[in-house]
Design a protein around this ligand. Structure first.
Ligand code: C2E
Ligand code: CA
Ligand code: CA
Length: 594
């Protein structure tokens, strides 16, 4: 650039040019006095401010803006120094009668004691953009899980819906939904505290994300369509979208289970958790995102039911089962509330004389439509839906109360004991010994008169269960091993279990007369039990022949239809009355309640 041109460029613009600029500038420019009176205003200013002017009067800016900027007069007065900024980009909403809402921005600068210069702009578009940005930020926040920064339920549902739309017409669709939940996570929360639990969840999220990133690294170069999300609590979802045909969702699920169950280091402690995964993939994919997620959750619950640490692929029979369970659960809740449950009692007698030793309490359900329902149909459901605690307590309470009523009526030791079944879920409850103790206290039942029956598979389980059994024993309660011979533990393990009575399963008793093998097993059981200081009770004794054989084999007690079917409390009372009167071996009594 030449020196001449430079000099020319630095020349001040002439007045004519300035006036042209004022007239044509796409910006509103104005000049006022400190009292608001307008001394100069270009056409753009007039155009912008006119909708605010009363009767088209633009003489005084303060009056024009009285409603949208009521503090303007005070602001001008406060900015008295030359060069002081009165306001910058002050937002003023304008509601012109005919057009949509607009927003004006006003900036004013004090030049000297008498002059204030300003500019006014239409900032509607800017404000709209800002609002959109804010809305989208809020939308993102409402679709993000705050703990893990993962997409949340709303977001993943939307993506599942998109995947469904994309794979319309494909059979099977090219995506899979994995519903992930940790096994016994509340125990983790109890030991680590809320904060530790949160840290664990963040680490889980990180592992999930990195698993997906690894898959992408070996997968297609396209942008990943996979989504990891947290639904809340310890529930996570992995959406594998755009799956290749060759891809095996089973191996993905298994790899995920392996990755997630590696120990986590939290506050210097190694934490072990296992995950259960429900998978929706292939032909049984529903058409609504919500249903897909529900189905995946049902499959996950199925995985948990099977012991956890595994994955289950959804199929319609899982849903049917869940529906049936749901109906049963609902009815069972009602049964507990409306006292449709009751307890029947089956005598346990001494061998060989048949004198009553005690009763086993067995629960029944008086269903309004179906009549009396067997516990085989509802105990498992009660366990699954968390009703077993209340049910168990009801049976225990009824049995203890009944036992004490008999003691009052027939004198002490008539009968000597009452036996109550404990289910697996009850033994999983750390509080079970205290619950039992409470029932004993409220019914004034001596602990030594109570026997609790647990099954082999339960008793052989981990340390927690063992601790609970020992706590119960410490209360002086007798423990019986139910259904012996059907479970896992062998005669060799019998000595390791803290039990007092072995109940020989009725499948052994039924064939004992004809099957030498069963007979030998009964004999061996009796011998081993006796050598360990335990006694034996044979279940399901139906014939005199069986009773005689069991006596010969050395069994201490018997229970079965030969002596009596389970009876209602009232029938059992009559039965006991006949016993105490006769005080001799009894004949079989006809069935009362099946
Ligand atoms: P279990 O503890 O083995 O109970 C004995 C079952 O054998 C009872 O069935 C009883 O009616 C039946 N039984 C008794 N004598 C004979 C016989 O001579 N022949 C034949 N064929 N059967 C006989 P029930 O009452 O239907 O109970 C089934 C199972 O349900 C029980 O098996 C027990 O595991 C469970 N159960 C029953 N009541 C309760 C309860 O209150 N709590 C828990 N947790 N489980 C219970
Ligand atoms: Ca039993
Ligand atoms: Ca049994």
């Amino acid at each position: 650039m030449s020196a001449d041109l430079d000099a020319e460029a630095l020349q001040p613009p002439n007045l004519e040019a300035l006036i042209q600029f004022l007239y044509q500038a796409p910006t509103g420019l104005l000049q006022i006095r400190p009292d608001g009176s307008v001394t100069m205003m270009n056409p753009r200013s007039a155009q912008l401010l006119m909708p605010l002017a009363r009767q088209g009067n633009l003489d005084n800016l303060f009056e024009v803006l009285a409603e949208v900027a009521p503090d303007l007069r005070a602001m001008v007065a406060a900015a008295a120094e030359p060069g002081a900024l009165v306001c910058e980009g002050l937002r003023m909403p304008v509601l012109p009668p005919t057009r949509s809402r607009r927003v004006l921005g006003l900036s004013l600068l004090r030049l000297d004691a008498h002059t204030i210069m300003g500019c006014v702009n239409d900032v509607t578009h800017e404000v709209e953009l800002e609002q959109q940005r804010l809305a989208s930020r809020m939308r993102d926040a409402s679709r993000t899980d705050s703990l893990t920064q993962m997409p949340n339920r709303a977001a993943v549902l939307e993506r599942i819906q998109q995947a469904l739309a994309r794979s319309e017409g494909e059979a099977p669709p090219h995506f899979a939904v994995l519903f992930i939940n940790f096994d016994r996570f509340n125990r983790v929360n109890l030991t680590l505290g809320q904060e530790g639990g949160d840290r664990l969840l963040r680490m889980v999220a990180e592992r999930l994300n990195s698993t997906v990133r690894q898959r992408d690294a070996v997968g297609s170069p396209h942008e990943s369509l996979h989504t990891t999300a947290r639904l809340g609590g310890d529930e996570f979802v992995l959406l594998l979208d755009g799956m290749r045909d060759s891809e095996d969702v089973h191996s993905v699920a298994q790899r995920l289970i392996d990755t997630l169950s590696r120990p986590y280091l939290i506050n210097g402690v190694e934490v072990h958790v296992s995950a259960s995964i429900g998978v929706v993939a292939g032909v049984h994919t529903a058409s609504l995102a919500n249903t897909v997620l529900q189905d995946a959750s049902l499959a996950m619950q199925e995985a948990k039911r099977a012991g956890g640490g595994r994955h289950v692929l959804f199929n319609p029979s899982i849903k049917d089962r869940a529906t049936r369970l749901g109906v049963m659960e609902h009815e069972l809740r009602r049964a507990l509330e409306q006292k449709e449950l009751f307890v029947v009692y089956q005598p346990i007698v001494e061998l060989p004389d048949g004198r009553v030793a005690g009763f086993e309490a067995l629960v029944r359900w008086q269903h309004p439509e179906r009549g009396v329902v067997s516990p085989i149909e509802f105990i498992e459901i009660a366990e699954e839906c968390g009703l077993i605690g209340a049910l168990g307590e009801f049976v225990l309470h009824s049995a203890c109360r009944q036992h004490m009523a008999w003691q009052r009526q027939f004198g002490p030791g008539m009968p000597r004991m009452i036996s109550v079944n404990l289910s697996r879920a009850q033994l999983n409850d750390a509080d079970i010994a205290r619950q039992v103790e409470r029932v004993l206290r409220t019914t004034r039942m001596p602990a030594t008169s109570l026997q609790l029956e647990v099954t082999e598979s339960m008793a052989a389980q981990g340390d927690d269960i063992r601790t609970r059994l020992l706590e119960l024993k410490a209360l002086s309660i007798a423990l019986a091993l139910d259904d012996f011979g059907t479970g896992y533990s062998s005669l060799a393990c019998l000595g390791q279990l803290p039990i007092d009575v072995v109940k020989i399963d009725r499948s052994f008793v039924a064939d004992a007369e004809t099957n030498l093998h069963k007979r030998v097993l009964i004999e061996a059981t009796v011998r081993v039990a006796r050598s360990l200081g335990m006694s034996t009770t044979a279940e399901g004794v139906e014939t005199d022949g069986q009773a005689t054989l069991l006596t010969t084999l050395g069994c201490d007690k018997g229970q079965g239809y030969l002596w009596s079917r389970p009876m209602t409390a009232r029938d059992a009372t009559q039965w006991l009355a006949a016993q105490s009167e006769a005080s001799r071996p009894v004949e079989a009594v006809p069935a009362a309640v099946r």
